[in-house]
Design a protein around this ligand. Sequence first.
Ligand code: PLP
Length: 417
Amino acid sequence: MHHFFYKDGELFCEDVSLKKIASEVGTPCYIYSHATLTHHFRVFDGSFDAVPHIICFAVKANSNIGVLHVLGKLGAGADIVSGGELYRARKAGIPADRIVYSGVGKTIEEIDYALGEGILMFNIESSQELKVINERAGALGTKAPIAIRVNPDVDPRTHPYISTGMKKNKFGIDVDLALEEYRRAMELEHVEIVGVDCHIGSQLTELPPFVDALRRLKVLIERLHDIGISIRYLDLGGGLGIPYSDEKPPHPSEYAEALLHELKGVPYTLIFEPGRVIAGNAGILLTRILYIKETPLKKFLIVDAAMNDLIRPSLYGAYHHIQPVEIDGSRGEEIVDIVGPICETSDFLARDRKLQKCNSGEYLAVMSAGAYGFTMSSNYNSRPRAAEVLVKGDKYEVVRQRESWEDLVRLERIPTF
Ligand SMILES: *Cc1c(COP(=O)(O)O)cnc(C)c1O
């Protein structure tokens, strides 16, 4: 469900014409729908109404402080994976006691910052990290609330680059070794065990991997109970997929039902870390056709957005639906590659795609680009990063300015020698 639709043949975000945004803000440009973000958050949150829970939006999916602020006001917490994300979440007004910190490589500087802010919990990913967090908490005269991120060894049946809960992945602590790690944590003076955590992957389109992981965690929680550890939080991570093309991921209410079925009467608060399912279909990437180029083999639409703006097609071969901003049924369709200006063959947004016949100067909307879009963008080929716009009803605001050429070199120096 989203609020991007055609009105008299022209694509709108809520009540704002995309052509209007393109002419005023320029392209390439990310456009997010306030109503869609709100709807997605409320549906997910509401699905767990029956039990105590906290929805910690995965900041890496969309870290614009304007977007985080909208979600924070709806009651969202944040799942962060760096000090930078903690800074953003706090800037956006998300309370520290709704922030969980995941990630395999937390630095001392980041750990100290999170301890100082008083976050809800650290999701521990290794024995060494546990030791360092204990030391830092001791040095700062505090106690670090921790959960151990368990690697439950389940196959999420998603793209290998975004599967995180298998034995061969770098994430979490093997479920068979987790009990030992908890025992070690019990001995540590400056950590307080508050939870159990897992996150098995992203863009999952079926429920069994989630349920299998949960069952393994339940066994662990029972064993923990036997050794005198009772947890306050069970963090089940994120990962629920969205329809990019013809995927049929479970609805959040089905996801909730399947999990809650396994969790009847449990005394702890559930934490979820959804990213994509909240923001993915709430954003698009708006781009303009620069040139149309025909080779003996192919027809290319060369657009002003590239792999530096949206890397998912190049990185994962991901599919994004692409729609003309203005539809004209009389033109007919053709098969094209939609490519950017970057000097890489992998710089494509779509290959062999059937699209309405278009002319240069016209606009295209790359759909489902609200998650892992702007956040994965770069300055490759010295391309300034795109603007980001948030639409609410008939209003829109630029929530991140387009970078300038000056911005590209702002932090650089020509050496004196
Ligand atoms: C990426 C990530 C998420 C969010 O995943 P989605 O598929 O966007 O829901 C949640 N938790 C952790 C630890 C992550 O790394």
